[in-house]
Design a protein around this ligand. Structure first.
Ligand code: OSB
Ligand code: MG
Length: 368
């Protein structure tokens, strides 16, 4: 393929309810879509991060510059643009995995559309639908939390993840266990809010039989996570600390990570995400698909990935309605606690023109 034109479309979608984590509160999904036009087909993707670098070091305005000045010139210089050739062409640019993932995914969408192949087929999916979990933010009160969890369970979600931070950890976990029972698949995500000095305190979560505790300590400190794992029974799961299949191999070898949260954007795209899955699966380490409050453009390819054989735990791939009153694509709906894996070529969805127009805040041509 030859890259003809790349457009960035900034969008803002109000969230149905504010989402509070240990790193901040989000009330809108404010990001951009990439629209790639090649001589063979067109593709879409969504940038996974936010306007502020709170979850990771990348952010919306920075990613636009990285794409325009460093990534797109290299993609455009390829004599034959393929998704396989793209990551090697971008490798000299350090970091910026989320920006790279946005470009790679849009190119992948275009290339697969040119072949008429669904992403699920390309990746090696073995399921038609994937079980849906839901990530529940930090609330003002335990009563509010129990109401929200109860509502999600009534809707059919099969696994609950509670966001935790110092001061909001044992009490919410205990309250959810007491109200909804020991058999509810339950896990917690600290988004780096603790230190190794909190090991004894985190060990108090052991009695609640959590599936895992996600990223309890600082980002990229595999050593500290391994030391924590020696002191707690709850399996440690990494999110922020894993940027590649190589990181994943190191973390597993050190026993810093007994479960892996795979976010394709965090590792540079779907090709590397599949390698993360392969490394973990070969070690018998369960993986699940994380989320970044994506619109349907980001959610569709995540569902294809979550249909691979090593994804043995429900992910944060919730239905459109958990995030937005109106999505930018055809909405993903919960059917018996599951979401259907898209089965049309490429990522299997595209923006609805009318919704796209209404949610767009700015659009610029970045290339071509
Ligand atoms: O740590 O998994 C996380 C949302 C934004 C940034 C980071 C995280 C999250 C979530 C929600 O937990 C996942 C989702 O529902 O998309
Ligand atoms: Mg997380």
């Amino acid at each position: 393929m030859k890259l003809e034109r790349v457009e960035i479309v900034h969008i803002a979608l109000p969230l149905v309810t504010p989402f509070r984590t240990s790193f901040g509160t989000m009330t809108t999904k404010d990001t951009f879509l990439l629209h790639v036009v090649t001589d063979a087909a067109e593709g879409w993707s969504e940038f996974a991060a936010d306007p502020e670098p709170l979850y990771c070091s990348e952010f919306v305005a920075g990613a636009e510059i990285v794409l325009r000045d460093f990534l797109l010139p290299r993609a455009a210089a390829l004599p034959e643009l393929t998704v396989a050739a793209l990551a090697p062409a971008l490798a000299k640019i350090k970091g910026h995995e989320l920006a790279k993932a946005a470009l790679e995914t849009a190119v992948l969408d275009a290339e697969l559309r040119a072949y008429g192949m669904p992403l699920a087929t390309y990746l090696g999916a073995v399921r038609d639908r994937v079980p849906a979990g839901v990530s529940v933010g930090i609330k003002e009160s335990l009563g509010e939390l129990l109401d929200d969890v109860g509502r999600y369970l009534d809707e059919g979600y099969v696994r609950i993840k509670l966001k935790i931070e110092p001061g909001w950890d044992l009490a919410p976990v205990r309250a959810v266990r007491e109200r909804f029972g020991d058999r509810l698949p339950l896990q917690a995500d600290a988004n780096t809010a603790y230190t190794l000095a909190d090991a004894e305190h985190l060990g108090l979560l052991d009695e609640f039989g959590l599936l895992l505790i996600e990223e309890p300590l600082e980002e990229n400190n595999l050593h500290a996570h391994a030391r924590l794992q020696r002191r707690i029974a709850t399996p440690v799961c990494l999110d922020e600390s894993l940027h590649s299949a190589r990181d994943t191999a190191s973390a597993i070898a050190m026993d810093a990570c007994r479960v892996v949260n795979v976010k394709p954007a965090r590792v540079g795209g779907y090709l590397e995400a599949r390698r993360v899955h392969d490394v973990a699966h070969a070690h018998g380490v369960p993986v699940w698909c994380g989320g970044m409050l994506e619109t349907g453009i980001g959610r569709a390819p995540n569902l294809a990935l979550a249909a691979l054989p090593g994804f043995t735990l429900p992910g944060d791939t919730s239905a459109s309605g958990r995030y937005f009153a109106e999505d930018i694509t055809e909405p993903f709906v919960l059917e018996d606690g599951h979401l259907r894996v898209p089965r049309t070529p490429g990522i299997g969805t595209e923006p609805l023109p009318d919704a796209l127009r209404r949610f767009t805040t700015a659009r610029r041509v970045l290339h071509g």
